[in-house]
Ligand binder design. Sequence first.
Ligand code: PBG
Length: 337
Amino acid sequence: MSKTTTEIVDAVTGGRRLRRNRRFSWTRRIVRETRLSADDLILPLFLMEGDDCEEPITAMPGVSRYSVDRAVKVTARARDLGIPAVAPFPNVAREKRDQTGSEIANPDNLICQFTRAAKAAVPDIGIITDAALDPFTDHGHDGVLRDGQIVNDESVDQIVEGALRQAEAGADIIAPSDMMDGRIGAIRLALDEAGFQDVGILSYTAKYASAFYGPYREAIGTGGLLQGDKNTYYVDPANSEDAMREAEMDIAEGADMLMVKPGMPYLDIVYRMKQETGMPVFVYQVSGEYSMIESAAANGFIDGQRAMMESLLAFKRAGADGILTYHALRAAELMAN
Ligand code: PBG
């Protein structure tokens, strides 16, 4: 006698039907393992010179550059929505960029101006500043370029100068995104010597040599400038052991928090870094990831809002403690309603 399908399913599952927990919205809610909130989000902000200015970024629909006064207003909005911190990135005037990125050491550069203004107007939100040189160099690299090479130690000197100016301006956390060897230890030492024991370091620990940074380079005006690629200092997308070595060294050098960048193609690295280090691990959903979601949504190929929330949740499921995302304001607005 042949078996009924119910007998077969009961036999192969042992009667354990996993769909029971997914049956209703309320059962799904009650067994949900991961939750996203505004507390998880960090908003990157693009700065430009001028007063009361806003310039849309073509490659990032819905994202603009703001003059410092406007960026401070956006920062207040982020605070009101419960976002814990913002991360400013400057589009520096062409004539201020040079071979060594010396503008980063100017206490009145765009990042420092914004940091002072935001600290005064919105004291209860964190400011996380990047000390990489790329917004300030005329060749678009994160370090100093000499005879076709990105020279490590001279770059570290300049990055340390930038970090000190940022701390003096009131930055709460320095987040160097340049991948030079030894910069975490050098920044820690310099901050401590200058009395900034309480200023933290969020290391861009595993920053991959990725194609997904394209739109960001339009946003800060380095797209047309970049000579060659960043393969001699960013992590090779083929590697994960190298990312773990970076994590080990960053921790030894004094990093308070680690980061993986980009996000979605590197969830395995987020997971592994969290599991193996137990450190606070951040993830950066970069410009290209943002633009892919937004452009597919604009074409009606995907539901943009759902794709946005799903991608952010996936970072938390992988183990991220915080997410830098250009979707931060929209996601926080959605969660507030
Ligand atoms: C470089 C830097 C990059 C980003 C932020 N700082 C990468 C790059 O331009 O090579 C990328 C951010 C993004 O794509 O959203 N220090």
